[in-house]
Design a protein around this ligand. Structure first.
Ligand SMILES: C[S@@+](CC[C@H](N)C(=O)[O-])C[C@H]1O[C@@H](n2cnc3c(N)ncnc32)[C@H](O)[C@@H]1O
Length: 252
């Protein structure tokens, strides 16, 4: 029986599949405009300067990349700003990839720890900024993840979240995790101030192009390409029901 979707074991297998398939990374990076060789996600490369600016990091600050996966975005930003990166994810395999990537990109001070979105293991007020890309929807109780971000941020610290939100809140055609995503409400509920949520239609267009390219692939008997194609089919199935958003806020 395959592991329960969205468990750490599920993501461990997902990262193992990706490791076996340079083609998947090449297609993804080409369409998302990410540098060749970077292991990242589905935020386009030309969005990274905006994420970096919104985090308002100074050299020596501590940046938490929460649910970092292979930490492509956090590492890129740490390398540019001189911030000390801490990556947390519940997939140990993702963190192995993140460590390899930190060495490859030349961010030797980055550290990575197994932890939960709702329990990162970091001390109170120990981060100057938190980046959480495409992951805040995963906990059973997302409010606990927003509270965790607030807890670890120093006063005045910045949070930058990316996700998808339903076009129609509560839309039952979407998975339970996506149908209730509301970044502004989550941040407000945790007491953040200066909350701004902005639609990102360009990111969405790129992502659609990625899934359309993936669905056109003949995977043959390559399990990594098959998994990429399956993910594309699942994503395109509900693409019209969601929009792409970036949220920023400040810890009081
Ligand atoms: C869609 S990936 C995004 C990875 C990375 N942030 C990026 O944008 O490239 C979601 C990540 O969230 C992690 N994750 C999911 N649920 C989690 C949880 N409850 N606690 C910690 N990490 C979790 C997964 O292991 C995976 O690395």
């Amino acid at each position: 029986m395959p592991p329960e979707p969205l468990s750490a074991e599920y993501f461990d297998e997902w990262y193992a599949d990706k490791a076996a398939a340079p083609t998947v990374a090449e297609i993804t990076n080409q369409i998302m405009g990410l540098p060749a060789g970077l292991s990242a996600g589905v935020i386009p490369g030309d969005a990274i300067p905006g994420l970096l600016a919104a985090l308002r990091l100074r050299s020596g600050d501590t940046l938490l990349d929460l649910a970092c996966g292979r930490a492509g975005y956090g590492l890129t930003i740490a390398r540019e700003t001189g911030a000390a990166l801490i990556g947390v994810d519940f997939s140990a395999r993702a963190l192995d990839k993140a460590r390899e990537q930190a060495a490859r990109l030349g961010v030797p001070g980055a550290t990575f720890h197994v932890g939960e979105l709702t329990a990162s293991g970091l001390p109170d007020a120990s981060a100057d900024a938190v980046l959480c890309t495409d992951s805040i929807q995963f906990p059973d109780h997302p409010a606990d993840a927003y509270r965790e971000i607030r807890r670890v941020l120093a006063p005045g610290g910045r949070v930058v979240l990316t996700c998808w939100e339903p076009v129609t809140p509560g839309d039952e055609r979407l998975s339970p995790r996506l149908r209730h995503v509301d970044l502004a409400a989550g941040l407000a509920g945790a007491g953040f101030t200066g909350i701004a949520v902005a639609d990102q239609p360009d990111w969405r267009d790129r992502e659609r192009a990625l899934w359309e390219a993936a669905i056109a692939i003949d995977p043959g008997d390559d399990p990594a390409l098959q998994s990429f194609r399956d993910e594309a089919a699942r994503s395109l199935d509900h693409f019209e029901l969601i929009h792409r958003v970036l949220a920023t806020a400040t810890a009081p």
